[in-house]
Design a protein around this ligand. Structure first.
Ligand code: S3P
Length: 171
């Protein structure tokens, strides 16, 4: 089933582990538009992984690149754009996304997020002595920002990636 193509980009926001990349890929297929991943675009331009960028140049440098990439992706033809978990914290990024796209928050609770990120080593922000606590703290701090998204879609444990993508389309 192919849906009508959106006339603005759909921008997925939410925590690490909320499924932005996986759901975004399925959603883009469903809508027949390109899938774009901001972390991936940053890595491609820098020729370094997100972890390497954080380690070498620091988080503020990463955030500046992230804003540039978002602006570039949002200025192009409509697609599904997956953002890094911190992207929607910036007021300027939120304004940009509101102007040129539609923000969709993939909402998930701490336990689900932790299940999904605990075995991975790709998140520099979770390299702490107690990563689950760090994740909980980030979630609490970020929630008020994510709540500013235009649409919220809840990621329940039983829902498949495809179910989630269809739930986004239904909005
Ligand atoms: C970050 C999330 C990561 C990546 C970077 C910072 C964050 O993206 O942008 O490690 O601040 O939550 P994912 O949400 O895709 O893991």
């Amino acid at each position: 089933r192919k849906e009508g193509r959106p006339n603005r980009s759909i921008v997925l926001v939410g925590m690490m582990g909320s499924g932005k990349t996986a759901v975004g890929t399925a959603l883009a297929k469903l809508l027949d538009v390109p899938f774009l991943d901001s972390d991936h675009e940053i890595e491609r331009a820098a020729q370094m992984s997100v972890s390497e960028i954080f380690a070498r140049d620091g988080e503020p440098f990463f955030r500046a690149r992230e804003s540039e990439v978002l602006e570039r992706l949002l200025s192009g033809p409509p697609g599904v754009i997956s953002t890094g978990g911190g992207a929607f914290l910036s007021e300027a990024n939120r304004a940009l996304i509101a102007r040129l796209g539609v923000s969709v928050w993939l909402k998930a609770d701490l336990d689900l997020l932790w299940q999904r990120v605990r075995h991975k080593d790709t998140r520099p922000l979770l390299r702490t002595p107690n990563p689950k606590q760090t994740l909980a703290d980030l979630l609490a701090k970020r929630m008020p920002h994510y709540e500013m998204a235009q649409v919220a879609v809840e990621a329940e444990p039983g829902l498949s990636i495809q179910d989630m993508a269809e739930k986004v389309v239904a909005h």
